[in-house]
Design a protein. Structure first.
Length: 250
């Protein structure tokens, strides 16, 4: 598709996306958000889909995005995460947003595996059987493993499929995969869904990875749990920024 002569309209968000109120300066930041929020499934299904070569806006100021990032907080699945989860066109829209990350030389070192419905229980049984084979005898712990992936109505495994021999350093590819996980989290929150990015031991177990259909060399970068929060999270301690920022010494 040729680049248009005028500024494109594909970057304009759908008109029905509500504009959240920007928090006032000095407002308390430990206040829990409501457990329920409007879901923007229709907006996700109508996202702009620019083609290669289309002209895009160089800058897109968005106070709403800044406010979202300032108050974004993961929802702990251990506290309960219910349905509905994104599905169909809404899920496809979230994953397409997650894939819009920096990717040096377009390696695309990632892919997605969705875990929904009965597959959550089947994968949990794989995890429980693996733990039992390793000597675990506690029925309580095995029961927890059987329900591991049922803690949310949808789990998305973000799979790293880096190419060590590629001209792009593997470390850069790994960073790109991490960006996919975080972008999926932000997109989910912006669309009205609760989310948590976890790995836990199952991400590193060969038996679980085989059940997921991972090829040799592929790794789980994260399991992103998606659904609705049972309650609003509260703010946690954040880093001391003064201790993290320094000027170039030369």
């Amino acid at each position: 598709m040729a680049a248009p002569d005028t500024a494109p309209t594909t970057d304009t968000p759908p008109a029905d996306i509500p504009t959240p109120e920007t928090p006032k300066t000095g407002a308390a930041t430990t206040e829990a958000e409501p457990a329920t929020a409007p879901r923007l499934d229709a907006a996700l299904a109508r996202l702009p889909d620019p083609a290669k070569g289309d002209a895009l806006a160089a800058m897109q100021p968005s106070p709403e995005t800044l406010a979202l990032l300032a108050r974004r907080r993961s929802t702990k699945v251990k506290d309960g995460m219910t349905g509905p989860a994104p599905e169909g066109a809404a899920l496809a829209g979230l994953l397409r947003l997650a894939a819009r990350v920096p990717d040096h030389r377009q390696v695309v070192p990632f892919r997605f595996v969705t875990i929904a419905g009965p597959a959550r229980g089947r994968l949990g049984r794989v995890a429980a059987d693996a733990l039992a084979a390793d000597g675990e005898t506690s029925e309580a712990k095995l029961a927890l493993e059987r329900g591991r992936f049922e803690r949310a109505p949808l789990v998305v495994a973000v799979v790293a499929r880096t190419e060590p021999a590629h001209k792009t350093p593997e470390w850069e590819q790994v960073l790109s995969v991490g960006a996919v996980c975080q972008t999926l989290m932000i997109a989910a929150h912006a669309a009205g869904y609760a989310a948590q990015w976890l790995t836990e031991w199952v991400a590193y177990d060969d038996r679980v990875r085989a059940a997921l259909g991972l090829a040799p060399g592929e790794r789980v970068a994260g399991f992103v749990y998606l659904g609705q929060a049972a309650g609003g999270p509260v703010e946690r301690a954040r880093p001391d920024m003064a201790a993290l920022v320094s000027a170039c010494p030369v």
